[in-house]
Design a protein around this ligand. Sequence first.
Ligand code: NAD
Length: 421
Amino acid sequence: MTSPSSAHTENSFHVAQRQFDIAADRLRLDDGIRDILRNCRRELTVNFPVRMDDGSTRLFQGYRVQHSLHRGPAKGGIRYHPGVDIDDVRALAMWMTWKCAVVGLPFGGAKGGVTCNPRDLSLRELENLTRRFTSEISILIGPDSDIPAPDVNTSAQIMAWMMDTYSMNVGHSVPAVVTGKPIEIGGSEGRAEATGRGCAIATRKAARAVGMPLEGARVAIQGFGNVGAPLAQFLHGDGCRVVALSDSRGGIYRESGLDPRAISRFKEETGSIIGFPGAERITHRELDELDCDILAPCALANEITRENAARVRARIIVEGANGPTTPEADRILADRKILVVPDILANAGGVTVSYFEWVQDLQAFFWDEAEINARLETIMVRAYDAVAREADIHAVDLRTAAHMLAVSRVAAALRLRGIFP
Ligand code: NAD
């Protein structure tokens, strides 16, 4: 899905396949394994009707794609967005496989989505759409087979409707069928902020690696949602100066720094961060090219391309979003010695705490938030260190290293399991 701020149109699945090829070449992966992992295992497209408030019926298209099941059940979010198409979902499913492997979770990768603009739907229509979509994809999802979670424009409430619909269809409650649920029905402490918390951990590691103190570091964050808003708060808490933020309507800037909590409150009241008192208005492009120390794309894919990579001025890019940087941009950024912490590592905190949620649901025994956060920190730090070590050994950037580590782990599982029958 190409964001409105990017003039360059890229097919996300082609980007994901090119990233895979770079790692597969370096790993000298044989052709058979390469073919299997370069493609998605199962792809379901559903066209389903939804009864609208005015009595009419509207047809929607949705998808659930499982890229790999070699390391365990498939795991991946559900996205509601007008730009969602099958190739976006394929790319996101493949990245989920690598993400779970890079942090060592016993999952394969999946993703789902519905092509829709949730802003045009009433709450009842959103619920009808979610319940019917869940029923349509129930031939794939399940606590042992494929476990959805929130992504762009999907929330804990939507996960609650998914869990309830699946449970109604099977006749008993199955909390472990989705993660990112409200705490009251089997959600986990710490899940809402987990992706942002994991990104903050990755940012601290990256800053240490380049010898940059976080105190006073100037941060620009694109996207102020599930990922961007908590990340802004964590980095603000670390002493960073969050100078710029954006949402789908544009960006805001204040040289002396913005208070993320005040902005969250403002967004709750007004629906956007735009118009926050005392902040200057900037464009999406101005935010990408801002003079800052840390840039965190936390919105959509294809933000940093060959067209604007040479103008990025940050020293560190932390990818809260999936797929924000194209392979051509990666080369330009590497030449310019800008450290990119890749999506499959940087934003893996979300799926890590989703894994904790699934484990808690399966054993019906829940952990407190301190335990969740400590386990998340351990996993993120271990994964960052392993990727950095791989990058040093092979003299490659962190994305290539993360892909090499992940692809080799999935390929090992595939070899051990063999080809059925
Ligand atoms: P969200 O819907 O909660 O938030 C998205 C934010 O991006 C919103 O503030 C929206 O206004 C803004 N936005 C949209 N288009 C924009 C643009 N062109 N420029 C600037 N801002 C724009 O979604 P989210 O869950 O925070 O997901 C954001 C990204 O993070 C996605 O790429 C998603 O796949 C990835 N991600 C999410 C999670 C998770 O746990 N939610 C985990 C890993 C990765």
